[in-house]
Write a protein that binds this ligand. Structure first.
Ligand code: SF4
Ligand code: SF4
Ligand code: SF4
Length: 171
């Protein structure tokens, strides 16, 4: 039976579903190939986990490595990429390590009337700003944000997450 327009999600619902799909994209180690290529190449050997001096890489679903910014900051030292013999992580010249960017949710304390600047103080890139005296969520400069995750674990309200900006699958 043909679907009627009323059976289709509304434009706002479709936008929500797209956003949710992006939010659920695993946070892979830096310089990971696009997701489909990554899971094809990665052998879940966990050499990257062992190599990471910050211990911010953990076993995720299926044994594949994921970045857990709640454990700390990625310094982009490149040790994980150097340890990856199957080349599921590939550090090409000029390539950004990943497409992650910080995002503040409605749990942000200033939105509850509580002064907090923890995320801004943790950010070494000056990517987070607050309007003077304002009780409002932080403004995140997505051009400056490297997705390092330093702000995530410092937020007392767990209001900051990293979201992946989509990257084209390799041909
Ligand atoms: S770049 Fe360095 S700090 Fe970042 S995940 Fe890889 S090994 Fe860890
Ligand atoms: S070192 Fe490479 S192949 Fe091994 S788990 Fe990490 S990303 Fe996968
Ligand atoms: S992820 Fe890193 S660069 Fe981006 S806002 Fe947080 S601390 Fe700053």
């Amino acid at each position: 039976m043909a679907r009627t327009d009323s059976a289709l999600p509304s434009p706002s619902r479709r936008a929500f579903l797209r956003g949710r799909a992006r939010a659920e994209t695993p946070l892979r180690p830096p310089w990971a190939l696009a997701e489909g290529d990554f899971t094809n190449m990665c052998t879940a050997c966990h050499a990257c986990l062992s190599a990471c001096p910050e211990k911010v890489l953990v076993r995720g679903s299926g044994g594949y490595p994921v970045f857990d910014p709640g454990r700390g900051e990625c310094t982009f030292c490149g040790a994980c990429e150097a340890a990856c013999e199957p080349r599921a992580l590939q550090r090409d010249a000029g390539q950004a390590p990943w497409t992650l960017v910080a995002h503040a949710s409605g749990a942000c304390l200033p939105l509850q009337g509580v002064v907090c600047r923890s995320c801004r103080d943790a950010c070494g890139e000056d990517a987070i700003a607050f309007a003077p005296g304002a009780l409002q969520a932080p403004a995140i400069d997505t051009d400056r944000c490297t997705g390092c995750g330093a702000c995530v674990g410092t937020c007392p309200a767990s209001a900051i997450s990293l979201q992946a900006r989509p990257r084209a699958e390799a041909a």
